[in-house]
Design a protein around this ligand. Structure first.
Ligand code: ZN
Length: 436
C-alpha cells in the first residue's frame, strides 16, 4: 500500500492530538482513590499504543520527502538524508570537547548493566570460529555487525551465541570484556550473561560458570577490574526455564556470581510470571535486577518493583509516562540503569538523545546509573555515554561525577564507601590535571 507523505503527516498529527487529549483526561483522574492506579494504567496503555503507532509511522521510508516538513516532525538533521533512518546517526564528538572527553575517559567508573555477549568484537568472533576450524566469511560477519533494525540486532546476538561452542571460548570473550573495562577505567562491573541458548546448544552451565568465575578471580588478583556476574535467567523461554536457570546458579555456588537478572523479550514474558523465581532467588541471598520499561509501558515497571521486588530497573525508559511511578521510584530509592545509546538504537520510546528521560529522572531525584548495555554491538563505550550526557543533555561535570557516585552507591559492591573514597581522590586529582 502506498501512502502519500501528506497522509502520513496528517495521521501523525492526529495521533499526537489524541495522545494530548488522553493525557489531559488522565490528569483529571483523582490521585488518591482506590481506582486511581488502575485507571492511570489503563490510560497509559492506550497512550502507549498510540505512541507505538506514531513510531511505526515515523519509521516508514519515504521517497523524496520535503525537508522542511521532515525536520519539523522528526527533529533530526536530514540535510543529506533522503529517507528516514531507523537508527539515528552515530553521536559525533567535536574536537573542542576533546579535553572533556579525555577527562571522562580517565575518571574511575563502575558499570552495572553490561552483557558479556555484547562485548565480543568482530575479531573475537572470527578468532573463536577459527579455533573451531569453521569457515569464516568476514564480509558476512561485517554485514551482521552493521545491523539496521531490531530484528537484525537479534540475528546478530543469536549468531554470537551460536558461535560459542565450548566453555573455553569464554576465555577470549572475557579478555574482550577486560580490555573494554580497562580502556574505560571501569574498576568494578556487574556483568550479565544469558545461559539459556548456550544450554540449548549443548554447553554445560556449570562449566561456563566455573570458567567465568575463575577468570574474574584471576583478573582481580592481577590488579585488573573487579567483575561480578548476574545470570540473566531470561523471560523469553518462560518461567519454568528461568527457574531451572536459577537452580543451576544456586547449585553452582560461585563467589563471583552474585545475583540474577531478567532480560530477553519484555513483551513476551511479563514480569509477574517470574514472581516465584525472584522470591526464591531473594530467599537464597541473591541480588535481583530486571530489564523493564524498555519495550513495554510503565505497568511493566510497576510489576517489576511491586511483584518481583527488583533492586534495580534496567532501562526504565517508559517510567516517564507515569508521574506516580516516578514518585515511587524516587521515594523508595529504586535506581534505574540508564542505557542511552541502546534506547536510541532500539528506538522504542526515544529517538533523539536530547529527548532521553534521564535528564528528567535525575532532576526529579530518581537514582540513575549510566551504562552501555551492549558496547561492541552498538559501537559505544561508557566514556562516550557520559560524554553524551554532557553534550546532549546538559549534564555538568559535577553532575556527571554525582552519577558516577550513584553507580558506586547502587552497585552490589560489598565496600561501597571505601570504593567511592578511592574514586573521589582519583577524580579530584584528575580535575586538577585537566582544570575541570
Ligand atoms: Zn540489557
Amino acid at each position: 500500500m502506498k501512502l502519500t507523505f501528506e497522509k502520513i503527516y496528517k495521521k501523525i498529527k492526529h495521533i499526537e492530538s489524541e495522545i494530548k487529549e488522553l493525557q489531559n483526561l488522565k490528569n483529571k483522574v483523582p490521585e488518591n482513590k482506590e481506582y486511581s492506579i488502575e485507571l492511570h494504567l489503563a490510560f497509559d496503555k492506550v497512550i502507549n499504543d498510540l505512541i507505538n503507532q506514531k513510531l511505526e509511522l515515523e519509521q516508514l521510508e519515504i521517497e523524496n520527502p520535503s525537508k522542511e516538513l521532515l525536520q519539523s516532525i522528526f527533529s533530526v538533521d536530514i540535510a543529506t538524508a533522503s529517507t528516514i533512518q531507523v537508527i539515528p546517526p552515530p553521536l559525533r564528538i567535536e574536537e573542542k570537547d576533546q579535553e572533556v572527553l579525555n577527562f571522562l575517559r580517565r575518571i574511575p567508573k563502575v558499570e552495572l548493566h553490561l552483557h558479556i555477549e555484547a562485548c565480543i568484537s568482530k575479531n573475537t568472533i572470527i578468532q573463536i570460529l577459527q579455533e573451531h576450524n569453521e569457515k569464516v566469511d568476514e564480509q558476512e560477519i561485517e554485514k551482521l555487525y552493521n545491523f539496521k533494525n531490531l530484528n537484525d540486532f537479534i540475528k546478530l546476538f543469536l549468531f554470537i551465541l551460536d558461535s560459542i561452542k565450548k566453555p573455553e571460548d569464554f576465555i577470549f570473550i572475557f579478555n574482550n570484556l577486560r580490555k573494554y573495562l580497562e580502556k574505560n577505567h571501569i574498576q568494578y562491573a556487574e556483568v550479565f550473561y544469558a545461559p539459556s541458548r548456550l544450554i540449548q546448544n549443548g554447553l554445560p552451565f556449570e562449566e561456563i560458570a566455573k570458567v567465568l568465575d575463575s577468570l574474574a578471580k584471576e583478573c582481580q588478583i592481577e590488579g585488573g577490574p573487579e567483575v561480578k556476574f548476574l545470570v540473566d535467567v531470561s523471560r523469553t523461554f518462560g518461567p519454568e526455564n528461568a527457574s531451572k536457570n536459577l537452580q543451576r546458579v544456586l547449585k553452582a555456588k560461585l563467589d563471583n556470581h552474585i545475583g540474577i537478572g531478567l532480560g530477553g523479550a519484555e513483551l513476551m514474558g511479563p514480569a509477574r510470571d517470574f514472581k516465584d523465581v525472584f522470591a526464591q532467588a531473594r530467599a537464597n541471598g541473591l541480588h535481583c535486577v530486571a530489564h523493564s520499561g524498555e519495550d513495554d509501558g510503565p505497568w511493566s515497571i510497576w510489576d517489576t518493583v511491586k511483584i518481583l521486588k527488583a533492586e534495580r530497573i534496567g532501562h526504565g525508559t517508559s517510567a516517564i509516562q507515569d508521574p506516580n511511578l516516578m514518585e515511587y521510584l524516587r521515594d523508595k530509592t529504586i535506581p534505574i540503569e540508564i542505557c542511552l545509546t541502546s534506547n536510541l538504537i532500539t528506538g522504542k520510546y526515544v529517538r533523539n538523545p536530547k529527548d532521553h528521560p534521564v535528564r528528567r529522572y535525575y532532576d526529579f531525584g530518581i537514582p540513575c546509573t549510566i551504562n552501555t548495555d551492549d558496547p561492541e554491538i552498538f559501537n559505544i563505550d561508557l566514556t562516550q555515554e557520559y560524554y553524551n550526557l554532557y553534550k546532549y543533555l546538559n549534564f555538568s561535570i559535577t553532575e556527571i561525577i554525582d552519577l558516577v557516585k550513584m553507580s558506586v552507591q547502587y552497585s552490589f559492591h560489598p565496600k561501597k564507601n571505601m570504593l567511592w573514597n578511592k574514586f573521589f581522590k582519583e577524580i579530584e586529582e584528575l580535575r586538577k590535571i585537566y582544570s575541570i
